[in-house]
Design a protein around this ligand. Sequence first.
Ligand SMILES: Cc1cc2nc3c(=O)[nH]c(=O)nc-3n(C[C@H](O)[C@H](O)[C@H](O)COP(=O)(O)OP(=O)(O)OC[C@H]3O[C@@H](n4cnc5c(N)ncnc54)[C@H](O)[C@@H]3O)c2cc1C
Length: 410
Amino acid sequence: MDYGLTDQQNEIVKLAYQVAREKIRPVRERYDQSEEFPWPVVEELRQADLFGVYLPEKYGGMGGGTLDLCLVVEQLSRACAGIALCVAGSGLGTMPILLFGNEAQRQKWLPGLASGKLIGAFAITEAEAGSDATAMKTTAKLEGDHYVLNGSKCFISGGEVAQTYVVFATTNPARGARGIAAFVVEKGTPGFTFGKKEHKMGIRANPTYELLFRDCRVPKENLLYKEGYGLFVAQSTFDMSRPGVASQALGIAQGALDETLAYVRVRKQFGQTVASLQAISHMLADCATSIEASRALLYATGKAMDAAVKPAIDAAMAGGTIVFDEINRIKIRRYTKESAMCKVLCSDTAMKVAVDCVQMCGGVGYMRDFHVEKFMRDAKITQIYEGTNQIQRNEIAAMLIKETASSQRA
Ligand SMILES: Cc1cc2nc3c(=O)[nH]c(=O)nc-3n(C[C@H](O)[C@H](O)[C@H](O)COP(=O)(O)OP(=O)(O)OC[C@H]3O[C@@H](n4cnc5c(N)ncnc54)[C@H](O)[C@@H]3O)c2cc1C
């Protein structure tokens, strides 16, 4: 299907798929089994310049937008969603700096994040604050020129390997959701250490860690935007990053179908190929249809969101202002609903397609060395992180009700 991608976007797709085929496919099983971080592959991704496709050229990026990042993540996930998370997870840890950072903060961190020299991470979840992030207990107290952080975060992707962590903490517990702030905490800051490494069902090439903060002194210039705006930082970031999870899911679904098609068109039972059995051919058709419908929503959302947000980014780059302020000044509407829809549709598609692919391949599909079972294990997380699909549905429904109420008032 022709989605009207630009020449640069078509090139990005080609390049990312080439890296996926030649550099990721041959090693994905090794990293899935060892749960090691794939540094040599990260080096290939850096060489291919795939970390900063969505970042402004001013900081060494390619000047694209959310859709460009999605195209990279989709193609990499066709081979391995865990390795693709090296790029997607760093993107999640970079978006808040792009959207809420001032010029000095952007200059300090974005060039390294754009080149992949720095890897970013995003830390909001705590043991008692998952879907309800406002229940977080990590505190940040201003003492002179530093905020002193105390508390812990759990399930943090890219933990230990990332260099910059956008960490959410409350500066004023009495203010609840309005007391939260976001900080960039660099690896190596005294008082910032790593706790438990999780052992996971899928995306095992990407480490998931507990972060520990004990009297961790963070320079006050590392505060992103203002105290009390942490939840805005998180929500605005998710509006732009959830399509990234959707693209990871889409790549998983496509990868599972690619492998399955290659197998069922040659596997013979009852004197005919398995693909020619009507029961199997209908499953293939349903998988392909769901994937294309998911892709259509994702690309349309990415394009619309990028067209809307680009003037704000351009204005902030030119004037040295903050992108979030420009978004408000230009009165750009939020894409919360569409972004949540992308995540729900693509991740539910990935889960169903991957399960169906295992079924179509029979016993072989269940075996580790055949990889289709890996797509099934990797698919599950896309329904859980960056807000579970239940939370996405809550948000979609809340927006629908709000839109209906305001259209009836008009
Ligand atoms: C592999 C992995 C990587 C992760 N990476 C990161 C990361 O990099 N950074 C980060 O900050 N976090 C990360 N997370 C955390 C992730 O975002 C949370 O796990 C997720 O938001 C759900 O929170 P929870 O696990 O506490 O589940 P809970 O909030 O305890 O939810 C349990 C169940 O209740 C449902 N539920 C809860 N509230 C509602 C509601 N109001 N309405 C309907 N259903 C509801 C949920 O959908 C879920 O099914 C990661 C998690 C995993 C597993």
